[in-house]
Design a protein around this ligand. Structure first.
Ligand code: FAD
Length: 443
């Protein structure tokens, strides 16, 4: 033990990162590359958080549908950290579901002409609208709710339904009265310019790549390490683990959800408020692997009058041996309580409509009733992304926040990686005041 630690302190580091999701891994790798000693603490047995993929038989399944946006922050940070991935653009030509039937989706100019649920005038208006969506600076509509913004664009009920379909698909949010219109414009513009990528091997590739970057830079990873509280003192912070270990650090990055962050620092009023007022963006997900896809041409189907999504991800990327298909079906949940049995029935009905006969071809099936896609919705009343907590925890000298609910930049995984990087750059400025680090426990 060095002289500044107490007898109960087992480990001392420059920065402790709590949480091993994309945000925590990015923060840890960034700090270690800047020469800091870093300990990453993850309560689960595996790192990766919501980005990890699970192995089901021969197939790799993401936790619900995951698509990497290009140019929104995450892809650049992955490149900076040397994380390699391969991915493919989905073909966004598809169908929509309206009144229980499959109808054409106007994904391309040809499809727009073929669309039978829009009048000629609505088709012309749609072209003007798509131009406006792709050219309006998102910040200019940050304080406007998606519902108000959509209503201000068109009086056509059919076009409004289509704009809400696009907004749900690109943001995962199903709360138009609350949601800032800016996140829709941001995500739409990214997808319009660069499309998205479905990743070969799933998002586990990103988790493994970030882990390798972190370990190569010297990060010590400790899984099965649940943090139960954090105490800040002049010059350092002490972290208490459920197994009785304590850790002393010059800086701490809390890369966890707002409720956990508040539990770790129960006296922090601002954190308490953020945790209490957060509106999680959630989805119910039905992930299936089929031996044979009854309608291989039906790859991408979205609900016009229901908040539903269907995509055959293995029509584009590799998740297992040839011959099997990984399909994600999801329901964008509105805020508040949801009925899991009802949601599951709706997802199965979507599969029945798009791929009748799928049950006979089932190899694997997983229903995830309440996945948190983003920990807090960027709301119009808060000014959109600018209303989210900053990277440095207020009234603290050495505590920082990272995660998909933190910072004025990015949505979905972009926010997780951008905040991880920003929190690390701030933590890096802290001078190590707790002496030489010589007694890291093997983990
Ligand atoms: C169904 C679904 C679909 C999605 N689709 C997309 C998409 O298409 N595109 C996109 O960009 N993003 C998508 N996302 C979002 C993306 O997955 C997340 O934004 C990102 O993974 C969040 O990373 P994070 O590090 O902020 O949080 P998390 O992954 O939640 O990481 C937090 C970590 O902290 C750990 N932890 C919590 N408490 C403690 C404690 N007390 N002690 C130690 N560790 C603790 C947790 O175990 C967890 O590993 C999707 C998410 C879901 C669920």
């Amino acid at each position: 033990m060095n002289q500044l630690t107490t007898t109960s302190v087992h480990t001392a580091v420059h920065t402790a990162v709590i949480g091993g999701g994309l945000a925590g891994l990015t923060a840890a790798a960034t700090l270690a590359r800047a020469g800091k000693s870093v300990l990453l603490l993850e309560k689960a047995r595996h790192i990766g958080g919501r980005a990890l993929s699970q192995q089901r038989g021969d197939f790799t399944l993401n936790l619900g549908p995951h698509a990497l946006y290009i140019g929104g922050g995450a892809s650049d940070i992955l490149a900076e950290l040397g994380v390699a991935w391969t991915g493919h653009k989905p073909n966004l030509r598809g169908s929509a579901v309206y009144q229980g039937r499959l109808v054409p989706m106007p994904g391309t100019p040809q499809d727009l002409l073929a669309t039978n649920w829009l009048t000629l005038a609505e088709k012309a208006a749609m072209v003007r609208l798509l131009w406006r969506i792709s050219h309006t600076p998102p910040e200019s509509v940050a304080g406007i709710s998606l519902a108000d913004w959509v209503n201000g664009q068109t009086r056509s009920a059919a076009l409004r339904r289509f704009l809400h379909l696009l907004a749900r698909t690109s943001t995962y949010a199903n709360a138009p009265e609350l949601s800032s219109a800016a996140i829709f414009l941001r995500q739409f513009q990214l997808a319009y310019r660069h499309n998205v990528r479905y990743l070969d091997g799933g998002w586990q590739t990103l988790v493994d790549g970030l882990r390798a970057a972190a370990e190569m830079a010297g990060v010590t990873l400790h899984t099965g390490a649940r943090v139960i509280s954090v105490h800040e003192h002049p010059g350092h912070a002490t972290i208490f683990l459920a197994d009785g270990q304590t850790i002393q650090a010059t800086a701490v990055i809390l890369a966890v959800d707002p409720q956990t962050a508040s539990q770790l620092l129960p006296e922090h009023e601002q954190l308490k408020q953020w945790a209490a007022t957060a509106v999680p963006v959630r989805a119910a997900c039905l992930d299936v692997v089929l031996r044979y896809v009854p309608h291989p041409d039906r790859r991408y189907v979205l609900g016009l009058d229901q908040p539903l999504y269907f995509s055959n991800h293995s029509a584009v990327a590799h998740f297992g041996p040839d011959g099997g298909s990984v399909i994600h079906v999801a329901k964008y949940l509105p805020p508040g309580a949801s009925d899991a049995a009802q949601d599951e029935a709706e997802l199965e009905a979507m599969l029945d409509l798009v791929q009748p006969g799928w049950r006979a071809e089932l190899i694997e099936r997983r229903f995830l009733p309440h996945m948190t896609v983003v920990n807090d919705l960027a709301r119009a009343e808060n000014g959109g992304l600018h209303g989210r907590p900053g990277y440095a925890l207020p009234h603290s000298q050495r505590l920082y926040l990272a995660g998909d609910w933190v910072g004025p930049q990015g949505w979905l995984a972009d926010a997780a990686l951008l905040s991880g990087k920003q929190a690390a750059e701030l933590a890096q400025e802290q001078r190590l005041e707790i002496g030489a680090i010589s007694n890291l426990h093997p983990v």
